[in-house]
Design a protein around this ligand. Structure first.
Ligand code: F6R
Length: 579
């Protein structure tokens, strides 16, 4: 949600920023803009609503000369989607220019104060207020001090990158609170961005800022100031992701690439160290699992496995956790978040003040890693498609490793490959259901979180209404929606859930449903209109992994057949940094 990229060095800032903006697209946005310092006292700003490719070409972003600049992809929160509200935003004189992610909660008061001092605003955004605030403070002090003073006056969440046309040096000013911002350190050049993949082409060395940090970048280096104004040192990290990993590599979409990639990354995920997490779980009476969306489905699976091992455990939707739970010192908080930046999850973690915390995440240096006592990394490589696919499987893998150990899971890569081989069949099935308006996913027991996830994936990239239920729940209301030809996707592996689920399949069939089963049972196959086969004789503990792959492919192919770009479904963002 919103993306920022900044550059200072000897390279062509407009080129590097435009390239970075393209890499930030997956976060979700509606407008795009760039600002480059073209010489002392001169700034060139170009922006509009629309997509990066279209706007950057139409406004000739890369034709701007200069070595210092910043760019932004906006996801509207305050003010309509229009050119005026697109970032970057300037102060009255056009000297201060900045981009901001997040929400400034006291912006209305600040705006009124500044207006009373004569400031004129060109947009309806909360972000523009910050540029005017810096301008106001810079009347009495040097720019660095004015920037720091202005940041102290803000309430809310922000990642801010700013620069001054008439600054004495070429510098970028940065600040973060509850919104990600990372410094990228190159040779004779410095970058900053909302996430690492936007900078991978230029460096592998990164310095994630901490909450409340302020930083100043020049081509020669950076200075970080902590919340209390003192100079601070922050951990430098090196990532081994390469640019290739964050590119499509010949696939038509990231989503398909990432589904296919699972067969490789699963081994990296299984190599992740879960021992520290297990020790913490063991030492607590109760485990509260906090997550959102896809990660919540992995959380439900974890809660089932913990309950099964005799632990008191519950999975909570992160945004609701503060309204429901009363964590105390005996409670362990376990947060699952692919991005490590989901505001709802971070908020729920902060709510559990005094509790020990575990984070399961894919992103090194993400905010969640700074809040947790113990971090389990997914090692799944960057996930660019908005729909989480390989990271869900990776979440399941690290969770299963805690309970079953790595050896029991060594067949996983081969199993995923076997399920990926059903791709052609699944594409043909997608043709049969692409024109439907509703779909239902049913399962029982441990297969239920997979049905939830299959249904979420399906609805988010196909725009077909879809719901998932434990099979036993159908008769308590939903059966009234099962009519002639409605697709019912039944997750029916030959485990202890099958006899009862078979009954639910028959109930749906009797009402004319189109049954698509994923099964290794011949009777279920006979009862189904169409089936995807699970490998015969497979280890039952691996069923969830075998079930999720065809569901991801089904969502993908149906999406493409409906003319949708599955990498960027409407209204959704990869990293949901507002509550
Ligand atoms: C769905 C999807 C979302 C995310 C959710 C949480 O495909 O990706 O539901 O799972 O926004 O994101 P993270 O895991 O980054 O906290």
């Amino acid at each position: 949600m919103c993306g920022i990229i900044g550059y200072v060095g000897s390279g062509r800032a407009s080129q590097i920023i435009t390239d970075g903006l393209k890499r930030l697209e997956y976060r979700g946005y509606d407008s795009v803009g760039i600002a480059v310092r073209t010489g002392p006292g001169r700034l060139e700003v170009r922006k509009d609503k629309g997509m990066v490719e279209e706007i950057s070409t139409a406004l000739r972003f890369t034709s701007i000369d200069g070595n210092l600049g910043l760019g932004h992809t906006r996801w509207a929160t305050h003010g309509a989607v229009c050119k005026e509200n697109a970032h970057p935003h300037a102060d009255c004189s056009g000297n201060i220019i900045l981009a901001h992610n997040g929400v400034i909660e006291n912006y209305s008061k600040l705006r009124d104060d500044l207006a009373s001092k004569g400031h004129k605003f060109a947009s309806q955004t909360d972000s523009e207020v910050i540029a005017h605030l810096i301008e106001e403070n810079a009347k009495t002090q040097p720019l660095v001090k004015a920037f720091i003073r202005s940041i102290k006056q803000l309430e809310g969440s922000y990642a801010i990158v700013a620069m001054g046309a008439s600054d004495t040096e070429e510098r970028l000013f940065m600040a973060r609170r509850n919104s990600p911002l990372v410094i990228g350190a190159g040779k004779g050049e410095m970058l900053c961005a909302s996430d690492i993949p936007a900078m991978l082409k230029y460096t592998r060395t990164f310095i994630p800022l901490q909450e409340g940090d302020i930083a100043v970048l020049s081509r020669h280096g950076y200075k970080i100031y902590a919340d209390d104004g003192s100079e601070a040192t922050r951990k430098q990290i090196t990532v081994d992701w390469d640019v290739e990993m964050a590119q499509k590599g010949g696939y038509p979409h990231f989503m398909l690439k990432e589904i296919t990639d699972q067969k490789h990354f699963i081994n990296e995920s299984l190599a992740s160290d879960v021992s520290g997490a297990w020790k913490l779980i063991d030492a607590h009476e109760r485990v509260d699992i906090i997550a959102a969306g896809t990660s919540y489905h992995a959380g439900i699976m974890l809660s089932y496995l913990l309950q099964n091992s005799g632990k008191v455990a519950q999975a909570f939707i992160a945004s609701d956790y503060p309204f429901i739970a009363k964590p105390d010192k005996k409670t362990l908080l376990l947060a699952i978040s692919q991005s490590g930046e989901t505001a709802d999850v971070l908020q729920a973690l902060r709510f559990g003040r005094g509790c020990k915390k575990i984070a399961i995440t894919n992103v090194v240096g993400s905010t969640i890693t700074t809040l947790a006592d113990c971090v389990v990394f997914l090692n799944a490589g960057p996930e660019v498609g908005v729909a989480a696919t390989k990271t869900f499987t990776a979440q399941l893998a690290v969770i299963y490793k805690m309970f079953y150990g790595k050896d029991k899971l060594k067949e996983l890569s081969g199993l995923i490959e076997t399920m990926l081989a059903h791709d052609g069949e699944i594409k043909a099935i997608a043709q049969k259901i692409a024109g439907k308006e509703n779909a239902f996913f049913i399962a029982r027991g441990r297969n239920v979180p997979i049905a939830y996830e299959g249904s979420l994936k399906f609805k988010e990239v196909t725009y077909i209404h879809s719901e998932a239920y434990p099979g036993g729940e159908l008769k308590h209301g939903t059966l009234s929606l099962i009519t002639e030809g409605v697709p019912v996707v039944a997750l029916a592996p030959k485990d202890e859930t099958l006899p009862k689920l078979f009954g639910n399949i028959r109930e749906a069939k009797a009402r004319g449903a189109f049954i698509l089963s994923i099964t290794d049972d011949d009777e279920v196959k006979k009862e189904s209109d169409i089936s995807i086969s699970l490998p015969p004789g497979m280890d039952p503990i691996l069923y969830p992994f075998a079930l999720i792959v065809p569901l991801q492919l089904l969502a993908y192919h149906t999406s493409v057949l409906r003319g949708i770009n599955p990498d960027r479904p409407r209204n959704l963002a990869k990293s949901v940094t507002v509550e």
